[in-house]
Design a protein around this ligand. Sequence first.
Ligand code: ADE
Length: 232
Amino acid sequence: MKITAISIFPEYFTPLDLSLIGKAREQGLIDFKAINLRDFTYDNHHTVDDTPYGGGAGMVMKPEPWGEAIDSALAETDAPVDLIVLTPAGSKFNQRKAETLASAKHIIFACGRYEGIDARVADFYRTQNQVRVHEISIGDYVLNGGEVAALVIIEAVTRLLPGVIGNPDSLAEESHNELGELEYPSYTKPANWRGLEVPEILLSGNHGAIAKWRREQALSRSQQNSSIEPQD
Ligand code: ADE
């Protein structure tokens, strides 16, 4: 999978050198590149923002550098591209969206700052055949920019790619599966820690009873905590 992140802070993406994603990049499973938006400005100050039409507080990101930066990323593939514009006003990211994006060939993340990117950028790329535009929020809170949101999505999506996680079985029993279920609680040694015992059933060796207990735990956690509507 090819991933391009466009940002005025490409250094935000250095954590992608680490851990499982870093290894997957070394193995060629993920081809990641960060592009500096300011490379597509031509004035001495490398200006990427301007005041909003209609007035109001804050600055809006200018469409021209975004258009050129996105075009430069598009020029690197013939494959269909998923262009993700990160915005708190977008549709909410979840595990279903991560699964859908896991079959993408090339994802471009547009990481806006300030009051966001001129709306014509998303509108323009919606008219391009090669591009699917998604305006995505990672949650009901406002970040300073889309970079952290892009990192969240990159991690949720790339761990689903074949070969990224050592033991693919661990994906099967995770939280937020298609039933909207959350995972049961897990324990390891020691059996008693600070006076807290591991539930006795897990030490019983009775696999049927353990599976039943885990299902019950998953269900009660899901009823309390899940935000994904279970599918019927
Ligand atoms: N940019 C600022 N806040 C955001 C959020 N919650 N999700 C995605 N991008 C953002």
